[in-house]
Write a protein that binds this ligand. Structure first.
Ligand code: UGA
Length: 348
């Protein structure tokens, strides 16, 4: 099988490439702006990388949609700080550019496995978010945070309609706070534009305060990226075509923690870490920050976000097993290595 991965150098793109190259005989065709997360695969005989910008490399994309069997378009801005800072950029990249790829899939009759998002459920009041039953609840227009959620939601609806009106073969998957090595980068965290776990790790390594937005009682269910890749592989393999025309949440309802609990856990892992003593970093304090101060205007939070994973469990036997402590430790170790490289970059 030939798979086209747009945004192959991102968090999900790099991890799924690793899994595909190590456990299947599939050919991976990938495009991205850079190679930092896929350097180790560049010489692999089944990894065909092209450096480029999907907003410019239109002919390459059309040619490769035509050539491949499955299309996984992962290019998107997925950091809340950017939703409120540059909502138009989110619309242009996440919505407009992906719509073009979807239309190529329709034209060439290719299967698309599209990343929807847990964000589409927004402020849904359900205890567990169900792919086929839960309402999708977003906020007022002045709250720019929802541009990501609604862009993705409209793409979900467009793909769905292409499915029944024009026979597009598709699966939508909804990541629920995937976490682990390579989630964003320390460079992004340095600018304050990474997601929670990477942001806190950067703060700890630098002895900066961990900021709890609006008190940190908001909750997320975190899934380790290795568990998450098991789920995504099941969808890509598509045994007996059971993923066709379906939406699947991928998450771990067992790892349900508040932001404050994550801050406390990471802080105590770092407190005893030998590297902290080596770097001679003071132990960060935990502080409260208002969302207005932290993100600026246009931010509205999601207070609880728990996936129902019954559907992917019953369809493919998906069962996440990695606990939060193991996952946080793994992330910290990865970013300590990245930090050492950053240091070298500065020295050079
Ligand atoms: C994320 C992103 O929108 C998407 O990447 C993705 O689709 C989705 O979640 C997902 O992975 O399921 P969110 O969970 O709100 O949304 O993103 P984070 O930036 O990781 O923030 C999590 C929570 O921590 C938020 O309540 C935020 O306000 C809080 N936070 C973040 C802090 O309290 N302090 C920080 O330093 C950073």
């Amino acid at each position: 099988m030939k798979i086209l991965i747009l945004g192959v150098n991102g968090f999900i793109g790099s991890h799924i490439t690793h899994r595909i190259l190590n456990t299947t005989d599939w050919e991976v065709y990938g495009m991205d702006l850079g190679t930092s997360k896929v350097t180790e695969y560049l010489g692999h005989p089944r990894f065909h990388f092209s450096q480029g910008d999907i907003t410019i490399s239109r002919e390459w994309i059309e040619l490769h949609v035509k050539k491949c069997d499955v299309i996984l378009p992962l290019v998107a801005i997925a950091t809340p700080a950017t939703y409120v800072k540059n909502p138009l950029r989110v619309f242009e990249l996440d919505f407009e550019e992906n719509l073009k790829v979807i239309r190529h899939c329709v034209k060439y009759k290719k299967r698309i496995v599209f990343p929807s998002t847990s964000e589409v459920y927004g402020m849904c009041p359900d205890d567990e978010f169900d792919e086929d039953k839960s309402p999708l609840v977003t906020g007022p227009i002045a709250m720019d945070r929802w541009i990501y959620s609604t862009s993705k939601q409209l793409l979900d609806r467009i793909i769905w309609a292409y499915g029944w009106q024009q026979n597009l073969r598709f699966t939508l998957f909804r990541p629920f706070n995937f976490m682990g090595p390579k989630l964003d980068s320390l460079h992004a965290a340095k600018e304050g534009s990474s997601r929670l776990v990477t942001q806190f790790i950067w703060n700890l390594i630098n002895g900066e305060p961990l900021k709890l937005v609006d008190g940190g009682s908001q909750r997320r269910c975190f899934i380790d990226v290795d568990d998450a890749m098991n789920g995504l592989m099941m969808i890509l393999e598509n045994k007996d075509h059971k993923a066709d025309g379906q939406i699947f949440n991928i998450g771990n309802p067992q790892n349900d923690y508040s932001v404050k609990e994550i801050a406390e856990k990471l802080r105590s892992i770092w407190a005893d870490h030998p590297k902290r003593k080596e770097l001679n970093v003071p132990l960060s304090q935990i502080e409260i920050s208002s969302s207005g101060d932290f993100y600026g205007k246009g931010y509205q939070d999601v207070l609880t976000r728990t996936p129902s994973i019954n559907k992917i469990q019953q369809t493919f036997g998906f069962k996440p097993t990695i606990g939060i402590d193991e996952s946080l430790k793994k992330s910290l170790e990865h970013f300590l290595l990245e930090y050492a490289t950053m240091g070298r970059d500065v020295d050079n």
